[in-house]
Design a protein around this ligand. Structure first.
Ligand code: PLP
Length: 356
């Protein structure tokens, strides 16, 4: 028994989940009120007139080998954003329970908590030559009502990976007291191995993976929760019925086999990221480029407005980060094609001349 399950909402632990129509592809379907014919122009394998398999076996098996975890440690859903929402809904009682986030970080943790009526405790990162977790600050903020610690590694928007020793310290200290969710949306761009290799050591660990970034499948909406089998079972009871559309299953199965193509594109992104960082630093409008383990760079500017405007006038949009109080005059730039990166650099270089 995973004792962290006791952290879940008591009503969710007792919930009788929705019963899907039985799943058996070997018999013909007269049990879920579908039409017996596919729609016009349907090219899908399974037939769009049919409800999809609730947790598609072939996808789960593919993810099991891709991520190196057991099939029962996987839940597939519509991107990491759905996963974040599921974890908060399963573990936080509205008006009572809380989550901890470590800003500057990804915005959805806070939004999902607020939607569920859970309070958010912020323990900001410590900012020196790089960003680091305030481990003792996090531990000091823990009490019986804190159910989830959200971490992101590599972190969005700072770009860098969190220190593994901190992740070990937090997972072991919080075992039985709170879940540690590590969002690895960008891990394919880093040289780190996924923290999911420690799932059996830390039953309170939840790792989120997505196909939206390195796998270039943001439009397919597909992501996974990797966790202890009992946590996966609990979450599978509250995910939307038939959550993964069958066209997504088809596309993912066809796309994920191209490992060589993936590695080539990642290598290009890493090369371009280094080039962007090096060239940006030569420009008078740029103060600093933070080290990145992702497919974007966080850039501190002398004047963010001028840089945002320069990008826009070159037909490019980059992300304003001035709403993060710690980041001051910063922007986040996603690594683009070589042509886009050079167009952006030229525009920022030219903007300096206008400002000077
Ligand atoms: C982009 C992003 C996501 C969203 O992933 P989806 O799988 O597309 O929902 C999750 N976490 C972080 C940190 C991201 O930057």
């Amino acid at each position: 028994m995973n004792r962290n399950l006791a952290l879940a909402r008591p009503d969710i632990l007792k919930l009788q989940p929705y019963q899907h129509g039985a799943w058996d592809a070997s018999v013909e379907r007269m049990h879920t009120n579908e039409m017996p014919w596919p729609p016009h122009n349907d090219t899908s394998t399974w037939g769009l007139n049919h409800y999809p398999e609730p947790q598609p076996t072939q996808l789960i098996e593919r993810f099991s080998s891709l991520y190196g975890v057991m099939t029962r440690q996987i839940l597939v859903g519509r991107g990491s954003d759905e996963a974040i929402d599921l974890v908060v809904r399963a573990f936080c009682r509205a008006g009572t329970d809380k989550v901890i986030i470590c800003p500057p970080t990804y915005g959805m943790y806070k939004v999902a908590a607020k939607i569920q009526g859970a309070d958010v405790i912020e323990v900001p990162m410590i900012c020196g030559n790089a960003f680091a977790l305030d481990v003792s600050g996090i531990l000091a903020a823990i009490n019986d009502t804190v159910k989830i610690l959200f971490l992101c590694s590599p972190n969005n928007p700072t770009g860098d990976s969190l220190a593994e020793q901190d992740l070990h310290a937090l997972c072991s200290q919080l075992e039985g007291r709170a879940l540690v969710v590590i969002d690895e949306a960008y891990i394919e761009f880093s040289h780190r191995d996924s923290f999911a290799r420690f799932l059996s050591r830390y039953p309170n660990l939840i790792v989120l993976r997505t196909l939206s970034k390195a796998h270039a499948l943001a439009g397919a909406r597909c992501g996974t929760v990797l966790a202890d089998a009992q946590i996966i079972h609990l979450l599978s009871g509250i995910i939307a019925p038939y959550a993964v559309p069958s066209p997504t299953v088809d596309i993912v199965m066809q796309t994920l086999c191209a490992e060589r193509d993936l590695q080539e594109k990642i290598a290009t992104v890493l090369y371009e990221r280094a080039f962007l960082a090096e060239q940006l630093l030569k420009l008078p409008l740029i103060v600093r480029v933070w080290p990145s383990d992702s497919n974007f760079v966080l850039v501190e500017c002398r004047d963010a407005q001028t840089v945002l405007h320069a990008a826009h006038s070159a037909g490019l949009i980059i992300r304003d980060q001035r709403s993060h109080s710690m980041l001051g005059q910063s922007v986040r730039i996603s690594v683009g094609t070589p042509e886009q990166n050079r167009r952006l650099l030229a525009a920022i270089a030219a903007a300096k001349e206008v400002a000077a």
